[in-house]
Design a protein around this ligand. Structure first.
Ligand SMILES: [Ca+2]
Ligand SMILES: [Ca+2]
Ligand SMILES: [Ca+2]
Length: 216
């Protein structure tokens, strides 16, 4: 009986990221100069062509003039494909030197803003795959081009600050952990499998189960 439940749960995970690719980890606002990266994860057992997919970052501080606008260069066009169960990273030079990984795509310094933002992943048809709302808890409104939305995930602040970044606790998990400000962030894994945070094991749900099974 337990096995049946587990299989049903795993089937649910496969459809949670409705297009098979999910935002898996983001670092954007660190101590000192910002090491920045966005990691995508292919939740399926087949390679996925990413041509035409995009990631947008919308300013979500309703108390600033930039609200509802995109900071310079913050629509990222994804290229190439992601292998089955693989990771795709957009990273700036500092993140690459800090973490020693090979980014799939290099992005400019300060591409990910340090104020509240709404991150939107779209597929090749421009359909929204998922949205993340990262908050500093002051006048924050999840939005696309200024139009309010209900995001798939909302979190922050970390203390009184916008979180340095976030990661799914276990690849593809619905449980979100926050990355540390100090560099390198102990929980950050650009380009490779996310780790369950030691203190978060008790919170592990379906994603944790899926990760545990996958690793056997
Ligand atoms: Ca930044
Ligand atoms: Ca704010
Ligand atoms: Ca990772």
């Amino acid at each position: 009986m337990k096995l049946t439940i587990a299989i049903a749960a795993l089937a649910g995970i496969a459809t949670a990221a409705n297009a098979g690719v999910t935002i898996n980890e983001v670092l954007g606002s660190t101590s000192g100069s910002d090491a920045e990266f966005i990691e995508l994860y292919n939740t399926t057992g087949a390679a996925i062509d990413m041509a035409g997919w995009t990631i947008e970052l919308w300013d979500s501080d309703a108390d600033t003039a930039g609200f509802g606008q995109q900071d310079g260069g913050s629509t990222f066009s994804i290229t190439g494909s992601i292998a089955a169960g693989g990771h795709y990273t957009l990273g700036n030079a500092l993140s690459i030197s800090t973490y020693g990984y090979a980014a799939s795509q290099i992005i400019g310094a300060n591409s990910i803003e340090n104020g509240s933002y709404t991150m939107v992943l779209r597929d090749a048809t421009s359909a929204i795959v998922e949205t993340f709302f990262v908050m500093d808890n002051i006048a924050d409104v999840a939005n696309i081009a200024g139009a309010p939305i209900i995001p798939d995930f909302s979190f922050g602040p970390d203390g009184s600050f916008l979180p340095a970044g976030f990661y799914r606790v276990g690849d593809g998990s619905a449980n979100i952990g926050l990355l540390e400000f100090g560099q390198p962030s102990p929980s950050a894994t650009p380009g490779s499998a996310n780790i369950p945070a030691p203190g978060a094991l008790a919170l592990l749900g379906l994603g944790g189960l899926a990760t545990a099974r996958r690793r056997r």
